[in-house]
Design a protein around this ligand. Structure first.
Ligand code: NAP
Length: 234
């Protein structure tokens, strides 16, 4: 099951799992039709809202036993506001979705996971390289990574890991004007050791590794094209 699996990084994970022979459930707030999203036809779709624990519980009650849970979904980029906002609605909403949503997903999936199963969370480079204006995402990512290590102990022998991606070329960046988005791609291609921006399939590859390697737990896998070795591009 991939929560966030209908778009972006999550879809990259869902496609990698399907290509390796898995039956994949993709979950998010919406169900898409075959007309609008024919690419989702091979997947089972489930609706849930990470900010609402009862909807997470209800979704897991409908699906039964599963082998692996991957949680890539999180509230929209920018929805968290800034540290000095008049009120804390933004950060509460972001924490509710990213941190407590990851928590609730793992909480309700754990009893359903078959032997040999795994849970994989997703954070981002901000967890170790904070940037002014992004305190909520930075804190939420760090909290998810701490949760991941805690659950590797508490849910053992279920394996629990986290992927920390760098820049991945998905619609998360749609808020940037086309020229700026292209400029970012070019800056990354010039600066990063791998000479290109990341693709959702790069994260799908890492997720498949974490789902299938039986001896990896409690770890954070950075998939960033060497971003942390060079000066920041944004
Ligand atoms: N792309 C990058 O460069 C990058 C880098 C570092 C970290 N990340 C992290 O990875 C996350 C996913 O990135 P992405 O590129 O895959 O973005 P994306 O394509 O915008 O995916 C976000 C997904 O989350 C789902 N979602 C949003 N709010 C939800 C909620 N309350 N409950 C359930 N599902 C919800 C959305 O589906 P619905 O709208 O249908 O609910 C969508 O499928 C980002 O939010 C960020 O935390 C991304």
């Amino acid at each position: 099951m991939v929560i966030g699996g209908k778009t972006g990084i999550g879809l990259g994970v869902a496609e990698a799992a399907r290509a390796s022979g898995a039956s994949v459930i993709v979950a998010s707030r919406r169900t898409e039709t075959a007309e609008t999203r024919p690419d989702l036809v091979p997947f089972t779709q489930v609706e849930l809202d990470l900010r609402d624990e009862s909807s997470v519980r209800a979704a897991f009650q409908t699906i039964g036993a599963l082998d692996h849970l991957v949680v890539t979904a999180s509230p929209d980029l920018g929805s968290w506001g800034t540290f000095m906002d008049d009120d804390m609605r933004g950060v509460r909403g972001y924490m509710e979705g990213k941190f407590l949503g990851s928590w609730a997903s793992a909480r309700h999936a754990a009893p359903l996971l078959r032997a040999g199963g795994s849970i994989t969370f997703l954070t981002g480079g901000l967890a170790v390289r904070p940037k002014a204006g992004f305190a909520a995402a930075t804190s939420a990512f760090a909290a998810v990574e701490a949760l991941s290590a805690s659950l590797a102990l508490e849910l053992a022998p279920t394996r629990v890991n986290t992927i920390r991606p760098g820049f991945i070329d998905t619609d998360m960046w749609r808020f940037l004007p086309t020229e700026q988005r292209e400029g970012l791609r070019q800056k990354i291609a010039a600066a990063f050791p791998v000479r290109r921006i990341g693709q959702a399939a790069d994260i799908g590859h890492a997720a498949l590794f974490l789902m299938t390697n039986p001896y990896v737990t409690g770890t954070v896998v950075e998939v960033s094209g060497g971003e942390t070795l060079v000066p920041s591009v944004s």
